[in-house]
Design a protein around this ligand. Structure first.
Ligand code: DI6
Ligand code: FE
Length: 410
């Protein structure tokens, strides 16, 4: 081995690169060298350095690993029973009277042990990982008491230990009002601010803080109280904002320098302007839009005009987006909303990294974490174009290659 060879651990050679550094950032006949889990060199194969080992990419397309920046993927049970009942004519009231909806997921999640929660969540997460996802955000919000929220967040941390994925946790205690606080939402917000969030932050379980700011969730003023606590604990914030109505949530989260405002179907021009000024990312969630048969689209022309970075995510949850495919989210965003395939791919790479505040992720550039995905496609637009195909052939987590299906049968 020459002296130069020792400089790099592994060279991914003979690949077509979509670096996503600028636009698609295409490098035909490219190569990526890795050292200590980080990208150490990117360029044309002809100039590629020697490395201790070399992986021949066979002329396939290499992109940054995909990032799902908004999920509720750790939860117990599902709600296909309610969904079927509704399709057979049951009303929301019938279902609510039977204790259905979000509270049925809260009951199932509270009743599950950590092991059981992990066991049920694992196949959903593996489905994402099989499609090239290397970073995943996971929210709490189906526990709604200190012990159960801690359990969800510990399981989220364990996901990052037992599976090859980088996990960002988000505390979403202000997701729904737990039955113990019926009729007393301000008291529940008090419990979040005085007891729950400080304790969970102390245990190192919280990377960011979220809330559901909506008529059926928490008010602007209640959300602001949660954000004040987050600021005191030096935790970044994000928000489920303007999903069903305009509550001024986007401007509120921007005021707190928020990482992202998510959903945004009912965003106002003022909200978009505030996001642009603060650098708050718009995380769009086509799975929920589709599953709820929404008709008001997120205002893409407004967001583009204002210069707000656009990200996409699955919103994987049992009530409004039982979806475990980020590639499908890309297709839906292009088909339903006329996002471009370039916007969709940037939305699941560089802009999703930004929505998580992770500047070391999301592009193929020197110094970034070597999280990569290798695809058998003709061009990058194919990732958003195909419906139900999985062209992922190899995934790399911090420089370590793995089979997309983790080597599991089937
Ligand atoms: N917005 C949603 O669409 C989901 N949560 C949220 O804040 C719904 C979650 C559920 O129904 O379980
Ligand atoms: Fe959500």
């Amino acid at each position: 081995m020459s002296e130069r060879a020792a400089q790099f651990d592994l060279l991914f050679a003979n690949a077509r690169l979509a670096t996503m550094a600028d636009g698609y950032g295409i490098v035909e006949d490219g190569a990526v060298a890795v050292r200590d889990g980080r990208i150490a060199w990117v360029g044309s194969r002809k100039e590629a350095p020697a490395a201790a080992r070399e992986h021949d990419c066979g002329g396939l397309w290499l992109t940054p690993g995909l990032i799902d920046c908004h999920t509720h993927i750790v939860h117990a049970g599902n709600r296909s029973d309610e969904w079927e009942a509704r399709l057979n004519g049951a009303s929301y009231e019938d279902i609510a009277r039977q204790g259905g909806g979000i509270m049925s997921t809260v009951r199932a999640t509270r009743a599950a042990s950590e092991d059981e929660l992990l066991r049920q969540s694992r196949p959903r997460i593996q489905a994402l990982l099989a499609e090239g996802v290397t970073t995943l955000e996971i929210k709490s919000g189906y526990g709604l008491d200190l012990e159960s929220e801690a359990k969800m967040l510990r399981v989220a941390r364990r996901v990052g230990e037992v599976l090859p994925v980088n996990v960002a946790t988000t505390f979403l205690g202000a997701h729904a009002l737990p039955p113990e606080f019926a009729g007393r939402p301000d008291d529940y917000i008090g419990a979040i601010c005085e007891r729950m969030l400080p304790a969970l932050a102390q245990e190192g379980l919280v990377d960011a803080v979220d809330a559901f700011c909506e008529r059926i969730g928490f008010s602007h003023a209640q959300t602001a109280r949660v954000f004040e606590t987050a600021r005191r604990l030096q935790l970044p914030v994000k928000l489920h904002a303007e999903q069903l109505s305009d509550q001024g949530g986007a401007a509120l989260v921007a005021e707190y320098g928020g990482l992202s405002a998510d959903h945004l179907e009912h965003l106002s021009p003022q909200g978009a302007a505030a996001m642009a000024r603060a650098g708050t990312v718009a995380v769009l969630l086509p799975g929920a839009y589709y599953f709820l048969r929404e008709t008001v689209m997120p205002p893409l022309p407004l967001l583009r005009e204002a210069g707000v970075p656009l990200a996409l995510a699955t919103d994987c949850n049992p009530g409004t987006s039982p979806m475990t495919s980020l590639l499908l989210a890309m297709n839906m965003a292009c088909t339903l909303w006329r996002m471009t395939p370039l916007e969709a791919l940037r939305g699941c790479t560089v802009n999703a990294a930004r929505a998580l505040g992770r500047s070391k992720l999301g592009t193929l550039q020197v110094g970034k974490r070597a999280d990569l995905a290798l695809w058998d496609i003709a061009r990058p637009a194919d990732l958003a174009y195909a419906i139900g195909a999985n062209p992922c052939r190899l995934v790399v987590n911090a420089g370590v290659p793995r089979a997309p299906n983790l080597g599991l049968p089937g």
